[in-house]
Design a protein around this ligand. Structure first.
Ligand code: DAT
Ligand code: MG
Length: 140
């Protein structure tokens, strides 16, 4: 079993799509092993996306990710990282495959509904931004 970290971003929460996106996630076979609603500070959002620090969109990204509540989750499934990236589609919704979360719900490259980790190693690091060990509970 592999784990990935997702964030239902502030646009997802504002558009009242939390349930719709979780429905797609569960139907695709992911188990939710941790979940909360929270709001990133600019400092935490900046650190979370530190790899993009030099990119022209970094300021906008930090601003957006701290603009309202979000819903981070740890998801578990075989091949979770790659399968979740397939489920959400390309970063730019205009390039995303039909039926993907971003194609269905995202407005733009910058406001694209969901985050998905790009490796199992990064998923573990990213989970640490939101969850303590006691909050990661899989009982089923
Ligand atoms: P992904 O979220 O698909 O892993 P990424 O890691 O390249 O994409 O970028 C992280 C986030 O930064 C992305 O979800 C939205 C924002 N972003 C990326 N490229 C952008 C661009 N060209 N213009 C505006 N925002 C962008
Ligand atoms: Mg990425």
């Amino acid at each position: 079993m592999e784990r990935t970290l997702t964030i239902l971003k502030p646009d997802c929460v504002r558009k009242q799509l939390i349930g719709a996106v979780i429905d797609k996630i569960e139907r695709a076979g992911f188990r939710v092993v941790a979940m909360k609603k929270t709001r990133l500070t600019q400092a935490t959002a900046g650190e979370f996306y530190a790899v993009h620090r030099e990119r022209p969109f970094y300021g906008e990204l930090v601003e957006f990710m701290s603009s309202g509540p979000c819903v981070p989750m740890i998801l578990e499934k075989e091949n979770a990282v790659a399968d979740f990236r397939t489920l959400i589609g390309a970063t730019d919704p205009a390039q995303a495959d039909e039926g993907t979360v971003r194609k269905l719900y995202a407005d733009s490259k910058g406001e694209n509904i969901v985050h998905g980790s790009d490796s199992a190693e990064n998923a573990a690091v990213e989970a640490g931004f939101f969850f303590s060990a006691e909050e990661v509970v899989r009982v089923d």
